[in-house]
Design a binder for this molecule. Structure first.
Ligand code: ADP
Length: 521
């Protein structure tokens, strides 16, 4: 069998050796065992079911939640001379019927279907008369209610396939599975411990970076300007943000597309195609974009806002660098994004216990943004990666990007200035007052009479604003909602003002030096 599998790898796919884990998964399936393969994105999961599907007689049934990808997968198999088809809602019922009949006649080695197909009695009936070589669950984490992308229809497939009678071996494949999700998949699909092949989650070519306390647009502007011909994805949390970022970047002269669930199917398809075919270089999108998008040369993924949990983040960020080339995964952190995610959890229709799980997951996502450990390591330990990993030496924490400075004094000045201005103004005016600006607004409010006026005159207004944003990111200040977000103190502010905690910030320049003599708080 192994020799045969190897020959197929060479003859059909043109590869000389298996990648880590592929051979084990193939062996388990060939021996008739239900198997779970956990491999990182780009690790080569498709071959794990494609080779046994060719070796064993019958039709391999691939269940995938990614309708958009089925056609591509079928086309690529067909181009290798392998008979394959897909059956999903994009086809007329006549076409579906025709393909089902052909499948029963054993005309295909591979049939891709969406989980929803299994709700149809006639589909199940014709499957009963089809000789199946194996059943593969692609993106298997969608089966688990503990997964970040749970699809109830996927879970009900499990009950429905039991009705088929004797089943061929089942293989489940995923790139993101926490321990709970792994256990859930194992239990649902009767997969024994020895048939779980976990090659780990590490993606050595990805450089993770967290950016805090910077104006996000400035950062994006500088970043994309320095990579004119590289493809990248910018993820935002809301459709409104996607629209705004898209409009702004287009105005700035970049080749940008946008993708979110509020657009028509045609618009989405068009955007996706032009990004994949490189007519555009930047894709601004919500998390609706990307699952199963097969574009290997995405050089960077920027998260404009905090994702809801590490699983989503790792999967979205992992769309960078599938070709193995160095790629950046950047998260622009600001504290107010936490509120949005909390709001989304709160107003969702989830049961209370599920909500509390989501809150915990969000907290771990927030912790990722504050940790000083290796970022890659942090995520791998979150997924309980089975291998030891030394610090990656590539992430922003390993590289100590910027210089960590004690800014407790500056923080105290900013907080007390905010307080003295009665918490009724935004970061712009607070920065002006601390800078000692002579602007009319400052005079009108008689802020030049405050003891905090001009305390940070040695910094630029931009530097002061960045520090304010950092304090917001760290929760030492909060900003109200609305058009003019006002700065307010938080319960954390008090401990800074009392000198109970020190505040450190990674700074790129060393211009920050406190003029202590001016400070009389
Ligand atoms: P995944 O589904 O795990 O993200 P794919 O199955 O799409 O990954 O494979 C990713 C890429 O790796 C594809 O271009 C595939 O052709 C290639 N690949 C898979 N297995 C091998 C192998 N054994 N040797 C070389 N390349 C491989």
């Amino acid at each position: 069998m192994l020799k045969q599998a190897h020959d197929i790898l060479e003859q059909y796919f043109g590869f000389s050796s298996f990648r880590q884990g592929q051979q084990q998964v193939i062996e388990h399936i060939s021996q008739g065992h239900n198997t779970l393969g956990i491999m990182p994105t780009g690790g080569g999961k498709s071959i794990c079911y494609q080779i046994p599907g060719l070796v064993v007689d019958g039709t391999a049934l691939i269940i995938s939640p990614l309708i958009s990808l089925m056609k591509d997968q079928v086309d690529s198999l067909t181009s290798l001379g392998i008979s394959a088809t897909y059956i999903n809602s994009s086809l007329s019922s006549e076409e579906q019927f025709e393909r089902l009949r052909n499948a029963s006649n054993g005309e295909y080695d591979f049939v891709y279907v969406a989980p929803e197909r299994f709700d149809s009695e006639s589909f199940l009936r014709s499957l009963r008369s089809t000789r199946l070589s194996l059943i593969a669950f692609d993106e298997a984490h969608c089966i688990s209610q503990w997964g970040h992308d749970f699809r109830p229809s996927y879970r009900s497939v499990v009950q429905n396939i039991q009705r088929l009678g004797t089943l061929p071996p089942i293989v489940a494949l995923t790139a993101t599975a926490t321990e709970e999700v792994t256990r859930d998949i194992q239990q649902l699909l009767s997969i024994s411990e020895k048939c779980v092949v976990n090659t780990g989650f590490a993606r050595d070519n990805l450089h993770f970076r967290i950016v805090k306390g910077k104006e996000k647009h400035d950062y994006i502007q500088d970043y994309v300007r320095s990579r004119p011909n590289e493809s990248g994805i910018i993820y935002a949390s809301t459709r409104k943000d996607v629209d705004r970022l898209h409009q702004w970047l287009t105005k700035e002269g970049y080749q940008v597309d946008k993708y979110h669930a509020g657009l028509s199917e045609d618009e989405r398809k068009e955007a996706q195609n032009s990004f994949i075919q490189e007519e555009t270089t930047i894709m601004v999108a919500t998390n609706a974009f990307g699952m199963g998008i097969d574009k290997s040369n995405v050089r960077y993924v920027i998260h404009y806002a905090l994702p809801m949990n590490i699983e989503s983040y790792y999967q979205e960020a992992g769309r960078a660098g599938r070709d193995g080339e160095p790629s950046d995964c950047i998260l622009l952190f600001s504290a107010k994004d936490i509120q949005l995610q909390k709001f989304l959890i709160e107003q969702s229709l989830m049961e209370e216990d599920k909500k509390s799980v989501e809150y915990q997951k969000l907290q771990q996502m927030i912790n990722y943004c504050h940790t000083d450990r290796c970022l890659q390591e942090y995520m791998l330990s979150y997924f309980k990666d089975p291998f030891e990993h030394p610090p990656c030496e590539k992430c922003s924490n390993c590289l100590h990007e910027g210089e960590l400075k004690d800014i407790t004094k500056e923080a105290q000045m900013i907080l007390s200035c905010t307080k003295r201005m009665d918490e009724r103004f935004g970061s712009g005016l607070v920065a002006k007052v601390l800078k000692g600006s002579k602007s009319q607004k400052v005079k009108d409010g008689r802020f030049h009479k405050l003891s905090t006026y001009g305390l940070l005159s040695h910094l630029t207004e931009k530097e002061i604003t960045q520090m304010i944003q950092f304090l917001v990111a760290e929760g030492y200040l909060t900003v109200g909602e609305g058009k003019f977000p006002l700065l307010r103190l938080t319960s954390e502010s008090v401990s800074v003002l009392k000198g109970e905690v020190t505040v450190s910030m990674l700074l790129e320049s060393t211009s920050v030096a406190v003029k202590e003599e001016n400070y009389d708080e």
